[in-house]
Ligand binder design. Structure first.
Ligand code: OXD
Ligand code: MN
Length: 603
């Protein structure tokens, strides 16, 4: 071990888990480049990793076809009372879940090495950072954690003899018997996969999957599910939000935190290149924000992660040039296609499909195959510091003060390009009722409408109704310092099914309107659903946008909205008495505003 561990609780826990899982060896990770390279070399030797000839220090992995995404159906929030997990989470009582999982963990690391990964979420030493320790039998997880978090001796030093840490136990669930050859991507069958959270004791147990948020436990499990429960108890916020700094031509800085469900362009917005002359953007984070009220009463945000775990398909020099430049070297690619030249390729990369490739399942692929070469949820894992638009302040220990919250989703109809909330409660209502049509990269049949409150439906570690209440309470505490809240929909289509808005860098025009609203420099129209820019309020200079598109983008169809109210009521009714009365009041107020805006029906 390259460092001394003085934390008795950590040493005892590692001993206990080693006794339970029975690994062949225990390795304490130091987070060094040498450690990363050694583990990668081992995985290249075993056939699990493929070095890429065309990208320096980068590798391709192919998962088992059954292990390609987060598994919400196998994800549990295990609290003593089921009500504390709430209706949006799967629940099993802690005793019962632990009994089931202990039987699975018994001997599950036989023939493998147990890696101890001490990691920090947030810059080490930041008052907002928190420490976790992941125990895993997957070297792929170790290398990804090196990129996605801060790993190693500094974390152990920070932990000291009696510091707090979140224990994160992970096993792929595939013991290796002597003399048996390993498979390329070992994992357990679906019915044995468990992604379990015990928020009452800040504990994470994951079994059976080696992929993404199921296995890199610092991300969704710790930084969102466990952290959201901690934040509720302790009076701060852990949100599924990108963090962006927008700088006006005059040099004024605005900090934006935005929540969208998976596959709605969060990474693209985090890396936006404004098309408006003189405007600039810097990236602070693309997925998670931890926020606390600072000494001046404003809300400060840090990005707890150190890398990007982005969806590859659809990423191109057209859609996100910054991401393309971020993934040139030092990257782990998972489930992308491999070209004959030794580079990766995916659908929507903006370059012609290779004439021949190896697909994500490891088979020969040609464009006539009729199946995608890369899995729709194929990913890149890349260090944040090599992102060309990364902010010089992305590791500022105190974080950045948030001015604007943005919620949104993917809706082909009805939802306007941008809406400003009337006030904080209305903004919380917009977040609580956020909805999106599903795509191939997320859950459910393509095109279904899914309510995804605050984009936290899969990530809230406690009763979602209490979470709405927590947002209301934070607004009460922030008072006049509260960020302003907006709702966007980049995805509205014409009746013929054509995108109405160009999106990407042009979204800076919508962000500029938000900044101008804060400064009181631009008007808005009061509609039943919120405050909307009037034609003329958005800076559309230099943009070829058909006038009828703009009218449609900003159109509020009261009749359609009225038809949506019962769905919102149904969504809220699942929370029963636990729904904050202030949220119930918002539905009534919306319904009343819509009624008033409609001509009275003729008898
Ligand atoms: C993600 C997700 O991977 O939200 O970030 O699914
Ligand atoms: Mn996410």
């Amino acid at each position: 071990m390259a460092y001394e561990v003085k934390n008795a609780r950590l040493v005892a826990w590692v001993d206990e888990i080693a006794g339970l899982c029975q690994p062949e060896a225990v390795h304490w990770c130091d987070g060094s480049r040498e450690e990363y390279d050694r583990l990668m070399a081992q995985m290249v030797d075993s056939g699990m990793a493929e070095p890429l000839q065309q990208r320096r220090h980068s590798h391709l992995f192919r998962s088992d076809p059954s292990d390609v995404a987060r598994v919400e159906a196998r994800t549990y929030i295990s609290t003593t009372s089921q009500d504390d997990a709430g209706p949006t989470n799967n629940w099993v009582a802690p005793d019962e879940l632990k009994k089931t999982m202990l039987a699975l963990y018994d001997g599950c690391m036989k023939g493998r090495t147990l890696y101890v990964i001490p990691f920090s979420m947030g810059p080490i030493g930041s008052p907002m950072a928190k420490i976790g320790v992941e125990l895993t039998d997957s070297p792929y997880v170790v290398c990804n954690m090196h990129i996605m978090t801060r790993v190693g001796a500094d974390v152990v030093a920070e932990l000291g003899p009696d510091g707090e840490f979140v224990p994160c136990l992970h096993s792929i669930g595939a013991p290796l018997e002597p003399g048996v050859a390993d498979v390329k991507w070992p994992c357990a069958p679906m019915e044995q996969k468990y992604i379990s959270h015990f928020p009452e004791e800040n504990l994470i147990w994951s079994y059976g999957s080696g992929y993404g948020g199921n296995a890199l436990l610092g991300k969704k499990c710790f930084a969102l599910r466990i952290a959201s429960a901690m934040a509720h108890r302790e009076g701060w916020m852990a949100e599924h939000m990108l963090i962006l700094r927008l700088i006006s031509p005059e040099g004024k800085r605005y900090h934006i935190a935005a929540a969208f469900p998976s596959a709605c362009g969060k990474t693209n917005l985090a890396m936006i290149q404004p098309t408006l002359p003189g405007w600039r953007a810097e990236t602070l984070g693309d997925d998670i924000a931890w926020m606390k009220i600072g000494p001046d009463g404003r809300l400060y945000a840090i990005n707890p992660e150190a890398g990007f775990f982005g969806v590859a398909p659809g990423t191109s020099y057209g859609s996100n040039p910054v991401a393309m430049d971020t993934v040139r070297e030092n990257v782990i690619f998972t489930n992308c296609a491999l070209t004959d030249e030794g580079d990766i390729w995916w659908e929507g990369m903006g370059v012609p499909a290779p004439r021949h490739a190896i697909d994500w399942k490891g088979r020969d692929w040609t464009p006539d195959r009729g199946e995608p070469a890369a899995h729709p949820n194929a990913r890149f894992t890349a260090p944040a510091q090599q992102c060309p638009s990364i902010s010089p302040d992305w590791e500022a220990p105190q974080g950045v003060p948030i001015d604007i919250f943005v919620f949104g989703g993917r809706r082909a109809g009805m939802v306007p390009l941008v809406t400003e909330a009337f006030d904080w409660d209305h903004g919380v209502f917009l977040g609580a009722t956020a909805s999106s049509e599903t795509t191939a990269a997320n859950i459910g049949a393509v095109g279904n409408l899914r309510r995804d409150p605050f984009a936290m439906q899969p990530f809230c570690g406690y009763n979602m109704a209490d979470y709405f209440g927590h947002w209301l309470a934070m607004g009460d505490r922030l008072g006049p310092n509260a960020p302003r809240i907006f709702y966007v929909n980049w995805f509205r289509k014409s009746p013929e099914g054509k995108w109405l808005w160009p999106g990407y860098g042009e979204n800076s025009r919508v962000l500029k309107w938000m900044c101008a609203r804060i400064e009181g420099k631009v008007g808005a129209e009061r509609t039943p659903i919120g405050l909307l820019p009037r034609v003329g309020d958005l800076d559309l200079s230099g943009l070829q946008l058909a006038p009828e598109n703009l009218v449609e983008l900003l159109r509020v169809d009261s009749a359609m909205w009225q038809a949506e109210v019962p769905d919102i009521e149904r969504h809220f009714s699942q929370f029963g008495d636990r729904l904050p009365p202030r949220m119930a009041a918002q539905v009534d107020q919306l319904a009343a505003r819509l009624r008033e805006s409609q001509p009275v029906a003729q008898a």
